[in-house]
Write a protein that binds this ligand. Structure first.
Ligand SMILES: Nc1nc2c(c(=O)[nH]1)N[C@H]1C(S)=C(S)[C@@H](COP(=O)(O)O)O[C@H]1N2
Ligand SMILES: [Mo]
Length: 511
């Protein structure tokens, strides 16, 4: 059916008073779109929820401690697809993964892997899009500010030892390719959605691990348990969770997440193999406190604290400024140096009078790279490390306001996410009503196959829950035109008018 046809039909329906013919569908939706309980071990208070399907949980600034290890309870989560079922950690040691691209291809169980030489590595895991929220062009994807990063101790076996066990990588191999074990949504080409990433084989052989322990605990399911790849100093996406296949390969993976995703390019350009892949993490730092929760800080002596890192290099210096970078003071490192891929905690003693401050920090790594004042804008908002945007605003007061008594029954760490109110029965503009039809039946695969949207009566399990995400029309338009994460681009499948209508619909129905 052409756009014109459907519009005529909708108009006819409206005239005939059947414009609400779609209502029964909306009633099929549960009145409140449910937000799932937090993943096991996560303290809800420590996170900003960007998405519950699939999980996108950002660590709050105030949740970071001063010591350089991020506990599991506060560690950010980023999934492109639904988390595999709990059953895959029921028998961790029985987890089996395939190894190909080697002299003697085969498989190993986790129990067998554990018999190879054990290593422990400290490494920062940081999403490529950490800091995306600061870019003025509003790139599509989760608007992370600072908290899509954490530093943990990973226990595992070197990839080099695993490959050696199978007789070594084949001659032609240039890359190391790892594949995640998630079930893929039906009706979508596997290469479009599979989480499969390649890194240079030399890097894989040098210091990468297959890890089953995080901070001394069995690797939590949501972080890739029973087994994930750790690529020290590289952006999050390369650290493939739930590894089911590991292979030295002659070429990079043909998966979209490798070929066009996670490629740095100018604003407005689509990604391709000609653009640099998000591999090594650039130098970065930020302050976490005091006052990281936005609350007032008492005047007098205080200790500013934060973290600094640079993939594969470590940092040599951190400076702090209270005047937007006109003057700087050098901070002190505190706590153990856990190696070139961990972050280093730093502190700076200050004396504060009442007033509002904006503190910024600037790290320099061991190869002399220093954070820029402003990050270079790029299409998807990757690799933000500008110091200006990461400023910590601190409100210093002479006396603290009296603390409010908690309401009876109110728990400080309520381990569930607030339930948003349903958007059912939202009055829609005529354009949005057209968009609803696009949402319901024109887009293929259907929007509702992946997304949850109460107004449309859809409860998909793969894509973001739109009732929670509440994307603006601009964001929907971008995502539909270009695809985002596991979502394919629809620009060749829908007309401009249809995309416009769809964007208006999702924005209005979730407002
Ligand atoms: N199998 C699989 N591995 C994955 C992902 C995924 O969705 N599936 N997400 C990647 C991305 S984009 C990031 S930032 C990190 C997040 O790791 P975390 O959730 O353990 O913090 O995992 C990476 N590994
Ligand atoms: Mo990521």
């Amino acid at each position: 059916m052409s756009v014109l046809h459907r519009r005529t039909l909708l108009q006819a329906m409206a005239l005939a008073g059947v414009g609400t013919a779609l209502k029964p569908l909306a009633l099929l939706a549960s009145a409140t779109p449910s937000v799932r309980p937090m993943p096991t071990g996560k303290l809800a208070d420590w996170f900003i929820l960007h998405n519950d399907r699939p999980w996108a949980l950002e660590t709050r600034r105030a949740a970071y401690g001063i010591a350089p290890i991020t506990p599991q309870s506060a560690f950010f989560v980023r999934n492109n697809l639904p988390t595999p079922p709990e059953s895959i950690i029921a028998n961790r040691d029985g987890w089996r993964f395939e190894v190909s691209g080697v002299a003697r291809p085969g498989s190993l169980t986790l129990a067998e892997l554990k018999a190879l030489p054990t290593r422990v590595v400290a490494s920062v895991l940081q999403c490529s899009g950490n800091g995306r929220a600061f870019f003025p062009h509003r790139p599509s994807g989760s608007p992370w500010s600072l908290g899509a990063a954490g530093c943990a101790l990973w226990t595992g076996v070197r990839v080099a030892d695993v490959l050696e066990h199978f007789g070594g990588a084949l001659e032609e191999a240039q890359y190391l390719t790892a594949t995640g074990a998630e079930d893929l949504p039906e009706g979508v080409d596997a290469d479009q959605v599979v989480v499969e990433r390649s890194i240079p084989l030399d890097k894989g052989m040098d210091d990468c691990l297959l890890a089953w322990e995080m901070n001394g605990e069995p690797l939590p399911l949501v972080h890739g348990g029973p087994l994930r790849l750790i690529v020290p100093g590289y952006y999050g996406v390369n650290n493939v969770k739930w590894v089911r296949r590991l292979a030295p390969t002659a070429a990079e993976s043909g998966a979209k997440i490798q070929v066009s995703g996670y490629r740095v390019r100018e604003v407005g350009e689509s990604g391709g193999p000609q653009h640099p892949s998000m591999w090594r993490m650039n130098v970065k730092s930020w302050l976490n406190g005091p006052g990281g929760d936005g609350g007032p800080v008492v005047a007098g002596k205080a200790m500013l604290y934060g973290v600094a890192f640079s993939g594969e290099r470590g940092v040599s210096r951190v400076e702090v400024s209270a005047d937007e970078g006109q003057t700087w003071r050098e901070a002190d490192f505190v706590g153990p140096d856990l190696g070139p891929n961990a972050w280093r905690s730093f502190v700076l003693p200050v004396e504060l009078a009442a007033g509002e401050y904006r503190f910024v920090s600037r790290a320099t790594d061991r190869q002399g790279d220093t954070q820029p004042a402003d990050a270079t804008p790029n299409h998807r908002g990757y690799g933000h490390n500008g110091w200006r945007d990461a400023a910590l605003t601190v409100n210093v007061v002479n006396t603290l306001p009296a603390a409010a008594e908690p309401e009876p029954g109110e728990s400080v760490h309520q381990n569930a996410v607030a339930t948003p109110t349903a958007a059912v029965d939202t009055p829609l503009s005529p354009l949005a009503r057209e968009g609803r039809a696009v949402y319901l039946d024109r887009a293929q695969p259907a929007c509702g196959a992946c997304h949850t949207l109460a107004d449309a009566g859809s409860a998909g399990v793969t894509g973001p829950n739109l009732d929670v995400l509440k994307p603006g029309a601009d964001r929907v338009r971008l995502a539909v035109e270009q695809g985002v994460g596991a979502m394919p681009a629809f620009d060749a499948l829908l007309t401009e008018t249809e995309i416009e209508a769809l964007a208006a619909y999702v924005a209005e129905a979730t407002r």
